[in-house]
Ligand binder design. Structure first.
Ligand SMILES: NC(=O)c1ccc[n+]([C@@H]2O[C@H](COP(=O)([O-])OP(=O)(O)OC[C@H]3O[C@@H](n4cnc5c(N)ncnc54)[C@H](O)[C@@H]3O)[C@@H](O)[C@H]2O)c1
Length: 340
């Protein structure tokens, strides 16, 4: 049985709690949130952009409003961090140093330097660190990765990714719309596509990004369009959180290989379809679901086996933050940024 302490019972923390609740080999023994109502015996449901939201029964958990106290009480194998992004580094380092494995929500941290602190703490303590880059585990993206790996797409020549939503109104104290805390849509939302792109295609030679600010004052990026420059692949990602409230959350891709086009769009039916150059279009078979349950099941397996996670290494999650920061530099400097 893996004993988990979960910190941050907002939208994502509630998703993680519900997923663990359905696992036989995991027990959430402690929960922590600085807002007392969120760790009351019955916690109100917090909805987000995707996934079901439900009221939580926390009567079986030890409940805290301070992470240090949860860590001092010990008796945990793993700390799951679902707090706002600017807190990821300090909480991860504290949890690792207190003797726990850590799963921390994406983005890994607010800055690349903070990512480095987290990696150093994992290395010095020998505890596992897993960053929940869920798109690598999202079923439709897993199909895409498999079709790249097994050659059924052929040589990939063009790839286009999209992710857009209305403004994230659920965030506690509005932290997501504060660029200092969240890094804006660029670091919070668009990083999902960045992370998938570099895990599938490797680091680009350069990035060229253009953005607009509609919602936030200051340096936050609300909507971005980036070209990732590779030798033999045309690759772009567009996204942001400036859609009207009535617009449903959208994520998807079109990836064109020498064998055909794989397209995913939440707005289409079927959402995932392959259009081969030879033969009829078809919908690939896969187990529907979310990347949230798949990623947590994977990390639990890693902890049970005592094997460091390979599907998302801390270093690879740091590279995603690095590319996002290069995009921010490209936007600010109005020119492409070379990735060294
Ligand atoms: N994987 C995904 O698709 C996805 C989706 C949404 C959010 N996220 C990530 O999850 C993290 C949390 O985002 P969210 O949308 O759940 O935000 P949220 O505001 O809904 O929840 C954050 C929770 O952390 C609590 N908190 C803040 N400071 C705390 C502290 N010092 N100690 C204890 N609790 C504290 C807040 O009270 C709140 O309940 C962010 O890093 C975000 O980027 C990931």
């Amino acid at each position: 049985m893996v004993r988990v302490g979960l910190v941050g019972l907002g939208f994502m923390g509630q998703q993680h709690f519900t997923i663990y609740d359905g696992m036989d080999d995991v027990e959430v023994v402690a929960v922590c949130d600085r807002i007392p109502e969120r760790v009351a015996e019955t916690a109100p449901s917090i909805g987000g952009n995707i996934g079901e939201a439900t009221e939580l029964d926390l009567s079986a958990q030890v409940r805290y409003v301070c992470l240090d106290e949860m860590l001092e009480d010990g008796e945990l194998d793993c700390v799951d961090i679902c707090t706002p992004t600017h807190l990821h580094a300090e909480m991860t380092v504290a949890a690792l140093e207190a003797g726990n494995h850590v799963v921390c929500e994406k983005p890994m941290a607010r800055t690349e330097a903070q990512c480095a602190e987290m990696i150093a703490a994992a290395e010095s303590t020998g505890n596992m660190l897993f960053i929940a880059q869920c798109i690598r585990f999202w079923p439709e993206y897993e199909v895409l990765q498999a079709m790249i790996d097994d050659g059924s797409l052929g040589e990939v020549r063009a790839a286009r990714f999209v992710r857009q939503s209305p403004p994230p109104g659920w965030a506690s104290d509005g932290w997501l719309l504060d660029p200092e805390l969240s890094g804006g849509a660029l670091l919070d939302l668009h990083i999902h596509d960045v992370d998938f792109i570099i895990s599938a295609f490797g680091m680009p030679n350069a990035v060229s990004a253009h953005a607009v600010n509609i919602l936030s004052e200051g340096a936050a990026v609300d909507h971005v369009d980036t070209t990732y420059i590779y030798d033999d692949l045309v690759c772009t990602a567009q996204g942001g959180w400036v859609m009207p409230d009535s617009y449903p959350f959208e994520m998807g891709f079109q990836v064109l290989g020498t064998e055909g086009l794989l397209e995913f769009s939440l707005a289409k039916d079927p959402p995932l379809q392959f259009f081969p150059f030879e033969g009829e279009p078809y919908a690939p078979e896969y187990q529907p679901g979310t990347g949230y349950e798949n990623e947590l099941a994977y990390f639990v397996e890693c902890m049970e086996a005592g094997r460091a996670p390979e599907r998302v290494t801390p270093e690879s999650a740091r590279q995603s933050v690095r590319i996002v920061m290069a995009e921010a530099d490209s936007i600010a400097g109005r020119e492409p940024v070379i990735i060294g």
